[in-house]
Design a protein around this ligand. Structure first.
Ligand SMILES: Nc1ncnc2c1ncn2[C@@H]1O[C@H](COP(=O)(O)OP(=O)(O)OP(=O)(O)O)[C@@H](O)[C@H]1O
Length: 605
């Protein structure tokens, strides 16, 4: 906890050291104000009772007015400084967090539900926690200053009372810490439910799901499921609130007994002439004040504790070790241009220790300068191989070799700079058409000539030029236009989006390996033909991996690998595989027969 505390203060300090110094000065002054007020009030009453000259009374009154002004202003100043501190620390925290998340090279962490819960908590609440810890810490310091002042006053009148008040605080401290721990644990436990609730809420309100939700009448079902999750969350929170209420009631009772007892003693002492009128004022202010402050300190302790527990999740995400590491002890190597081949050697892979093996000893050589096609039934593991080639995961066993070097020896971003890819589940960015293409090579994001050339290769140029603002057209209707006379965004069709994804990959067409996972699945027949003709020319002499269920589009690949039961079951070119009469030949004949039937329907009957 001390280490966490230090890290939280460190972050706030780095985010804004001057603000922190000013906030500390406000806390110190704010801590002294109640004590000064109580002493000035006692002084005023004592002087009034003693009948001193008016000028002496006036001095005290002026002092009281000035302290009163400070009492009124300081909290507002403190709140302002806290809010600014939170804003600045939150900004610094977000930058740190997103840099860390961006640094995760693989996909495994994003698919781990426990890590997701931690990530969501870190993203939603983590960045503000250092400022919360700091603000609560300063509030504790402020209250401690006040308590020290009152304790001196109380000890001079009734030392035993100081001890009783301090002892009465112990159960409160324990209770608050227990509650803080329970609150933080609850937040993590409710993480699953929160994510499910957000998931259903998004389905109900998102444009993407709107069609199916309406057609299948899913709105009520999703709303009911969302409500169930919300109820579960509310139940958890309510249980905690009830526990808190019960404890507060008990502790308040205890406080009232202590304060009441002290006041009875003070009143009896004043009656017996042992205490003056001013003393009673200071005594009442001190017992009430110390008790209030102790419980406020304890509250702040609880909140600090809770913020620290969330900050711990934030730190775990930020300080998570690299997820893709080179083999133990071996130095990282630069990635040389591909000269010979990429080889998967006895590669085994599954998506989690408890999940089934997807690849069970795949051996495959992707030769430089050649086109390799991967075919196989749904779920055979074709996209999984693509993900291993991009090193989104490392194989559980076996190796992926780049010209004979294990790809784990390379820095992952260096390796990826040498790849271009269209994924089956490609992205559609709510950005301009030019950016949707240019993102394929960030260094050339503003290079309109390169963007246009890539769009032309993908057969997307004419369609983009015909958009209301050409390449500058925003490809979304999600954002309202900035200018009133702006035509606003447009929504593309599925096939048009696919062409842009292809164009994005073509921004990297000169890279060492071009991966095309179903690059034409959403295209019409003419477009598909056109794209594949272009691809054929483009692929000529370059290294590519192509996945397609339409076997006519892979027939001219140099090598076709059939994936089945987790291994490469057939390998060769189209002619060899047809002649072998295996699974490929069967599938190809089936597809060809389908078209032949359409072209030459049986005339019988
Ligand atoms: N992220 C993931 N987590 C867990 N399992 C996964 C994940 N991605 C894929 N799988 C599983 O791995 C298997 C292979 O999937 P993969 O996407 O590689 O198949 P594919 O051959 O590309 O299929 P398709 O032809 O349908 O695109 C499937 O059974 C799938 O359920």
């Amino acid at each position: 906890m001390i280490e966490l505390l230090r890290a939280a203060f460190g972050m706030a300090w780095r985010a804004s050291r001057w603000l922190l110094v000013i906030r500390a000065a406000i806390a110190l002054a704010g801590g002294l104000v109640p004590v000064v007020l109580a002493w000035l009030t006692k002084l005023l009453l004592d002087r009034l009772v003693a009948g001193v000259p008016a000028s002496e009374v006036l001095t005290v009154v002026l002092g009281l007015a000035a302290t009163g002004l400070a009492a009124a202003l300081l909290p507002a100043l403190g709140d302002f400084a806290d809010a600014e501190l939170i804003r600045r620390t939150q900004l610094a925290g977000r930058v740190e967090l997103y840099r860390a998340i961006g640094g995760f090279g693989g996909l495994g962490r994003f698919e781990d539900p426990d890590f997701q819960d931690r990530l969501q908590l870190a993203v939603a609440d983590g960045p503000a926690t250092p400022a919360q810890v700091t603000a609560n810490g300063l509030a504790i310091a402020q209250s401690t200053v006040t308590i020290a002042g009152f304790a001196v006053a109380l000890a001079s009148m009734a030392p035993w009372m100081t001890v009783v008040v301090a002892l009465a605080a112990i159960p409160t401290i324990r209770a608050e810490l227990t509650l803080a721990r329970a609150r933080a644990a609850m937040m993590l436990r409710l993480g699953h439910a929160n994510r499910r609730e957000l998931f259903y809420a998004d389905l109900i309100s998102s444009v993407t799901a709107a069609k199916e939700v309406r057609l299948y009448g899913l709105g009520n079902l999703f709303a009911a499921r969302m409500t169930t999750e919300l109820r579960r969350i509310n139940r958890g929170m309510r249980d905690l609130d009830v526990r808190e209420l019960r404890m507060q009631a008990l502790l308040t009772g205890l406080g009232a007994v202590v304060a009441g007892g002290g006041l009875v003693w003070a009143a009896l002492s004043a009656r017996a002439g042992r205490l003056g009128v001013g003393d009673i004022v200071v005594f009442a202010a001190a017992t009430g004040g110390v008790q209030n402050l102790l419980s406020s300190i304890i509250g702040h302790f609880g909140r600090t504790h809770q913020a620290l527990l969330i900050f711990r999740h934030f730190r775990r995400v930020v300080l998570a070790p690299p997820d893709l590491v080179p083999p133990a002890g071996l130095p990282v190597l630069p990635v040389p241009p591909l000269r010979d081949a990429i080889e998967l050697r006895d590669v085994w892979f599954r998506y989690g220790p408890s999940l089934p093996w997807i690849l069970k000893g795949v051996n495959l050589t992707i030769r430089a300068g050649q086109a390799t096609a991967l075919v196989g039934l749904n779920g055979a593991g074709k996209s999984t191989i693509v993900k291993l080639l991009c090193r989104f995961y490392d194989p559980a066993r076996g190796t992926v070799l780049w010209d004979g070097v294990d790809v784990r020896r390379f820095a992952v971003h260096d390796l990826r700079r040498r790849l271009g890819a269209v994924f089956q589940d490609f992205m559609s960015y709510d950005l301009s058409a030019a950016e949707n293409v240019g993102l394929g090579d960030v260094a050339r994001l503003d290079d309109r000539t390169a963007i246009r050339a890539a769009a032309e290769r993908a057969g997307a140029h004419t369609a983009v030029e015909n958009l209301p603002s050409g390449y500058d057209t925003l490809l979304t209707r999600f954002f309202a236009p900035d200018e009133p006379d702006d035509a606003g965004g447009v929504q593309l069709s599925g096939g048009q989006w696919q062409r842009l994804a292809l164009a994005r990959a073509f921004m990297r067409a000169d890279r060492d390996l071009l991966i095309l996972d179903e690059p034409s699945a959403g295209l019409d027949a003419a477009a598909e033909h056109e794209v594949h003709t272009r691809l054929r020319t483009l692929r000529h002499g370059s290294t590519s991996v192509l996945i397609s269920h339409r076997l006519s589009t892979v027939r001219d690949a140099d090598t076709i690998a059939v994936l089945s039961e987790g291994v490469v079951s057939e390998l060769g070119d189209h002619t060899a595989l047809l002649a072998a009469g295996g699974a490929y030949a069967g599938l190809f004949t089936l597809q060809a027969a389908g078209y032949a039937d359409e072209l030459h329907p049986s005339t019988g009957g």
